[in-house]
Design a protein around this ligand. Structure first.
Ligand code: BES
Ligand code: MN
Ligand code: ZN
Length: 502
């Protein structure tokens, strides 16, 4: 799908469909007014008849409107003008996409980005529109046989830019939106693939394949022998219960100056989490194929920055293996030695994410990163605490935490901070090793982060627990691609003024 920006005149614009906003109640937006006067009040007469009030989410498709060059006009309810925030704006775009899909319309011009939102600048609206449109058309069809659902797609979307002076910035914004959408789709595809296809080696070869598209990106894949040499005893202890060999994928992107310190992104890549010997209940266990969504978000974000050739250095690190029960698997009570030298009593083999992440975090030290962010579907407790709206954020550096919170707000992919207080560290006491891998029933998300904090003392580090946001369950089951928008926004913010629409 091709999404671009342009300054157009609505009445004379040729297109299969013009997408135009109406506010509640029956209030024409500027473009709607232009079309109304070009058609001798046709739009207002339709509103007067009561066919459309402008309530949020409402849509009405008009055909063959006289004196208009486009074939159709899609009126989209935007809710009350006073309440028109980025959330309403996104909803309006999503409602428009739903209609365009229903009627299988192949090209459209969107006038919605011209509508003023208090909490989002023009360029950010362009970026969000591109992301929302791409996401609305996302379909995971690669594993349906030929007779499966036909792919509905929009071939071309134009985002109107009312004020020509905004065009230059809008071009960059749409490129950013397109790149974020490609990153999100990359993450969704990987997340949706089942465990028998998306194995650790599959993740590694996908990272290699993706990197070939970007000259500043190179990938190194560590195998079991390499990890043995590095003494990654925690990571390898999880891997040994599976027939799938583990991988540690290292993606280096050098778009910045040679000695700029990189940002490191570390993504949990458990391609299936059965729980191991502490096996999970069977209901919904299929969803544990999504336990590599942290890894997927790292691969996705690398695609985004590669597309945009961002002038920064970033290193993506993905520890990947399966967590399975087996004669060789970790047993409750086993004690393993991590790469850092600290010993860990594995009281629950289902707390495996932290075991693979701790070694990957220690490994990240060699890159002297200016910040390390790990992304992991780490705890069910996070879903209990925060539900499915924000991801959990814990950090040993408040500036980094605040930057991530801000990036989440602006990219509509929010995080919420939980405390990483020392008070919780006691819960990890072990009688036999330096620490246990679980902290008991209370504050499970925080004690998981406390565990990781013992491996990041030399680093400026933040942890994103994405257990609640990485995928949807039930009727709409599928990966969401989160938090690629948040991570990309954080990295845009590292690139200086040009990429910040403030
Ligand atoms: N991958 C799971 C976390 C998870 C569970 C994410 C459900 C989303 C939905 C993780 O490896 C895990 O099993 N965590 C345990 C930790 C516990 C044993 C301390 C959990 O949350 O139950
Ligand atoms: Mn687990
Ligand atoms: Zn897990």
């Amino acid at each position: 799908m091709d999404i671009s920006v342009k300054t157009t005149s609505a009445p004379s614009q040729r297109s299969a469909c013009l997408v135009v906003g109406i506010f509640d109640r029956r209030k024409l937006t500027n473009t709607a007014m232009e079309l109304d006067s070009a058609t001798n009040g046709y739009l207002s007469s339709i509103l007067q008849q009561g066919d459309m009030d402008g309530k949020a989410g409402q849509t009405l498709l008009l055909h063959a409107v006289e004196a208009i060059s486009a074939q159709r006009i899609l009126l989209v309810g935007c809710g009350k003008e006073k309440e028109f925030t980025k959330r309403q704006y996104k909803k309006a775009i999503a409602a428009a996409v739903k209609s365009l899909k229903e009627y299988n319309i192949r090209d459209a011009v969107f006038y919605l980005p011209d509508l003023i939102t208090k909490d989002l600048k023009h360029a950010q609206r362009i970026k969000l529109a591109a992301e929302t449109i791409h996401h609305g058309y996302y379909q995971f069809t690669q594993l349906k046989s030929k007779n499966g659902t036909p792919k509905v797609t929009l071939q071309k979307a134009v985002l109107n830019v009312a004020d020509e002076r905004h065009l230059a910035q809008a071009r960059l914004a749409v490129a950013m939106g397109n790149a974020v959408a490609l990153g999100v789709n990359t993450a969704c595809d990987l997340g949706n693939l089942p465990g028998n296809i998306c194995t650790p080696s599959y993740l590694a070869s996908t990272a290699q394949k993706n990197a070939k598209r970007y000259p500043d990106m190179k990938v190194k894949v560590l195998k079991q022998k390499d990890m043995d040499e590095l003494k990654m005893g925690a990571l390898l202890s999880v891997a040994k219960g599976s027939r799938q060999p583990p991988r540690l994928i290292v993606i280096e992107y050098n778009g910045g100056k040679k000695d700029d310190r990189p940002v490191a992104l570390v993504g949990k890549g458990i391609t299936f989490d059965s729980g191991g010997i502490s096996i999970k209940p069977s209901a919904s266990m299929d969803e544990m194929k999504f336990d590599m969504c942290g890894a997927a978000s790292v691969l996705g974000t690398m695609v985004t920055i590669g597309e945009l050739k961002l002038p920064i250095n970033v290193v993506g690190i993905v520890p990947s293996c399966e967590n399975m029960p087996d004669g060789a698997a970790n047993k409750p009570g086993d004690i393993v030695t991590s790469m850092s030298g600290q010993t860990i009593e594995v009281l629950n083999t289902d707390a495996e994410g932290r075991l693979i992440l701790c070694d990957a975090l220690t490994y990240s030290e060699q890159f002297k990163p200016k910040a390390v962010i790990d992304i992991a579907t780490l705890t069910g407790a996070c879903v209990v605490a925060l539900g499915k709206h924000p991801c959990g954020l814990l950090s040993n550096d408040q500036t980094l935490a605040q930057n991530l919170l801000d990036a989440g707000e602006r990219s509509n992919d929010r995080a919420w901070q939980l405390p990483l207080w020392d008070d919780y560290q006691d819960q990890l006491k072990s009688n036999f090793a330096d620490m246990a891998n679980i902290g008991g029933p209370q504050a499970g998300t925080i004690t998981a982060a406390c565990f990781l904090s013992r491996f990041t003392e030399k680093l400026k580090w933040a942890h994103l627990d994405i257990a609640g946001v990485a995928w949807e369950s039930g009727h709409n089951k599928g990966a969401t691609g989160r938090p690629v928008p948040l991570l990309s926004q954080y990295l845009f913010d590292q690139c200086g003024k040009k990429y910040q629409f403030k």
